[in-house]
Ligand binder design. Structure first.
Ligand SMILES: Nc1ncnc2c1ncn2[C@@H]1O[C@H](COP(=O)(O)OP(=O)(O)OP(=O)(O)O)[C@@H](O)[C@H]1O
Ligand SMILES: [Mg+2]
Length: 377
């Protein structure tokens, strides 16, 4: 039973068998039903011809014997004709019904794929049973939901980019209109504001370009053994001005016996700088940021830990999603982050075969971002 349910071949075989058996059954039943009547009719005809034969002076025994055999043959032929006709009709009906049942899901799939191709991404087919066609239907549904997701992401992306571009543009336009109308003073502060907004726009465009490059994997990694301490030193050097400006203690803590990691130095520096810049940005004055590393088997874990504003539990899962910000107004005021940084970081780490994750005890409790890298064998 299980084999039949799971295999289309077994179903087709069974359908053929049913058609043959039903044909035979109808044949036998019809013969049973029609033979007595046919026999009686031909026996009656035989008796009347026998009487006629006698009258014409034929040999009695010879005439009788032939007529009996012919009557038997004729009645057999009659019964068989009816039986064959009936069984062919019934077999045709049964096979029509069975093939409709087997073909119906294929037809559904054909209709659904046409509808999907026309952009109706919510299209799904009903999955009955577990044969090959049911498996095909399940996979079709999976494909449809993937396509639906991609389409939703595409819409979301366009919406996000539009929104991100509109904010600085509106601001620049506002300043310009104010200058033309003379309601905004034409002084250094105004020009600085305009410059600041234009700067945000160009940073955003650069980030978007970088994002599309890493998402499309349109870059090559120049993998070489690099010591973790080199990576960390470069990062510390690059971010100490920002940290000093906020009186944040930026330190590192690395074990002496760490093995070198196999990475593209520029790319991983970009990751570490990004994480550390976030840590500095999202930590209030007089806070602490610590970069540390440890070896686990043939991986090195690098962590950036801060004593900053932390990340509420419900945002942790989305933090690496592009354009995702915990508090949109806060990041904008605090320097205009657009929520692309961590998405780029995750792509780069994953391109190196590593993982990245974040831990935070909650708001005001600081955060720790950790990523893994393979050591150079
Ligand atoms: N160390 C951190 N502490 C607290 N929140 C953080 C930290 N790092 C990131 N976040 C949160 O995650 C969000 C996404 O970070 P991400 O770096 O991707 O974007 P961003 O810093 O807002 O902008 P940018 O694209 O310019 O980096 C931030 O807006 C912030 O809400
Ligand atoms: Mg950032």
């Amino acid at each position: 039973m299980k084999t039949i349910r799971e295999h289309l071949g077994a179903k087709l075989f069974l359908a053929n068998l049913i058609v043959i058996l039903v044909g035979i059954l109808i044949l036998v039943l019809t013969i049973q039903v029609t033979i007595p009547a046919a026999f009686n009719r031909h026996m009656g005809m035989m008796e009347s011809t026998a009487m006629m034969g006698n009258g014409m002076g034929m040999g009695q025994g010879q005439g009788y014997g032939r007529t009996l055999f012919e009557s038997f043959r004729a009645s057999m032929f009659d019964a068989l004709t009816y039986a064959v006709l009936a069984s062919v009709v019934v077999a045709l009906l049964v096979s029509l019904f069975l093939s409709r049942r087997i073909v119906a899901p294929v037809q559904n799939l054909a209709d659904a794929s046409l509808s999907l191709a026309n952009g109706n991404y919510s299209e799904r087919v009903q999955v009955d049973g577990s044969d090959e066609i049911a498996k095909l239907a399940t996979r079709f549904n999976h494909m449809a939901s993937q396509l639906e997701q991609v389409e939703a992401m595409r819409r979301q992306l366009i919406g996000d980019i539009t929104h991100e571009l509109r904010t600085p543009l509106t601001s620049i336009k506002g300043y310009m209109e104010g200058l033309v109308d003379g309601v905004v003073p034409a002084n250094a502060e105004t020009f600085n504001q305009i410059h600041h907004e234009a700067d945000r726009l160009s940073r955003l465009v650069d980030d978007l370009q970088e994002l599309s490059r890493v998402e499309a994997k349109a870059y090559s990694l120049d993998l070489r053994p690099v010591s973790v301490s080199t990576l960390v030193q470069t990062t510390l050097k690059r971010l100490s001005p920002q940290a000093t400006a906020k009186r944040i203690t930026l330190r590192s803590n690395l074990p002496a016996d760490l093995e070198p990691v196999l990475v593209d130095e520029d790319r991983i520096t970009q990751v570490l700088v990004n994480l550390t810049a976030n840590a500095v940005q999202y930590t209030p004055e007089d806070g602490k940021v610590l970069i540390s590393a440890s070896q686990h088997g043939n991986e090195v874990y690098i962590s950036v830990k801060d004593s900053g504003i932390g990340i509420p539990q419900e945002h942790l899962a989305n933090i690496f999603t592009r354009f995702y910000r915990v508090d949109k107004s806060r990041s904008r005021n605090a320097g205009g982050g657009s929520g692309i940084g961590l998405t780029i970081v995750r792509h780069i780490v994953e391109a190196h075969g590593g993982r990245i994750w974040v831990e935070s005890a909650g708001e005001g409790q600081g955060s720790t971002f950790t990523f893994s890298l393979n050591i150079a064998e």
